[in-house]
Ligand binder design. Structure first.
Ligand SMILES: C[C@H](O)[C@H](O)[C@H]1CNC2=NC(N)=NC(=O)C2=N1
Length: 95
């Protein structure tokens, strides 16, 4: 894949207008998901993991019981790119 371009803060803000649960902090898109229990959280992570492998773009995340904290950033670009915006939308659709 060609190297993705890091989005400007303004471009990220624009993208976040249609991703109300997400915020931008420390060079990443961040969201907390809450599920009914650990099984639901893990099932969500499994769906995301399969997608991440398919598109070769992987979330940084932390799971505690029914909670999943996600940070999306493009390490190669040193910040948020269109890939992260697309992954955020896809993860919302899988939640
Ligand atoms: C070698 C491989 O293509 C890279 O390490 C990919 C894999 N998954 C990735 N995931 C994310 N979120 N950012 C990256 O820069 C990235 N790079």
């Amino acid at each position: 894949m060609s190297r993705p371009r890091r989005l400007s803060p303004g471009e990220v803000e624009e993208a976040l207008a249609s991703l109300p649960e997400w915020r931008q902090a420390d060079g990443a898109l961040r969201r907390r998901y809450r599920f009914a229990d650990f099984g639901e959280a893990w099932a969500f992570m499994t769906r995301c993991a399969l997608l991440a492998e398919k598109v070769d773009h992987h979330p940084d995340w932390r799971n505690v019981w029914s909670r999943v904290d996600v940070a999306l950033t493009t390490h190669d670009a040193g910040g948020v790119t269109q890939l992260d915006v697309e992954m955020a939308r896809a993860m919302d659709a899988l939640a």
